[in-house]
Design a protein. Structure first.
Length: 187
């Protein structure tokens, strides 16, 4: 229900009616609507993380792992409506859940990219830089900036990010001269 309609416009009365329970049942779950929304967000993102990591674990190589991760995030976010994401952004404690999960996801993608560079599956690029760009994009997705500037919802933005990252890391493409490491000045 929260994924489909958001939660900011609902009252505990309307939530209880839609869920066919009493307000006291909702208060037993959380002391306020914001806390209920935060707990729903924690549950949503925790479940999504488990499913995404399962997809990554079944992937055979670095490319497939990065692809599984980013597309898995896209698939998990797909059922969430624009109202849900806008409401996440409006409530600081709930937004913090999304931000924390975005930070975790960015670190995970950085590790997956570093692993792929180390094994030679990805071309030699500064993996920290690529990961930083991915992280910055993930944060912009989470903060609703990508949706505002491109019209892409969060799921579509993650799918586009997967395409961009994976094709930019192709091992059969030479690294631009800019990325070739040169010895520093002597002395």
């Amino acid at each position: 229900m929260f994924l489909a309609d958001g939660f900011a416009r609902s009252t505990l009365d309307t939530l209880a009616a839609r869920m066919h329970c009493s307000k006291s049942t909702l208060y037993a779950l959380a002391p306020s609507k914001e806390e209920l929304a935060r707990r729903v967000a924690v549950h949503f993102f925790s479940g999504a993380a488990v499913r995404v990591e399962a997809a990554v674990a079944s992937a055979d190589d670095a490319r497939a792992r990065v692809d599984a991760y980013l597309r898995g995030v896209a698939a998990e976010l797909r059922p969430a409506s624009e109202a849900f994401f806008c409401d996440l952004a409006r409530y600081p404690r709930v937004a913090a859940v999304y931000r924390r999960n975005t930070d975790i996801a960015a670190a995970r993608v950085r590790d997956l990219i570093s692993d792929g560079v180390a094994t030679g599956e990805f071309r030699s690029v500064p993996s920290g830089f690529v990961a930083d760009v991915v992280s910055a994009t993930m944060v912009r997705i989470q903060q609703r900036e990508i949706a505002a500037t491109t019209g892409l919802d969060d799921a579509a933005a993650y799918a586009a990010l997967a395409d961009l990252v994976l094709h930019g890391l192709d091992a059969d493409r030479p690294a631009p001269e800019l990325f070739v490491r040169r010895p520093g000045p002597a002395g």
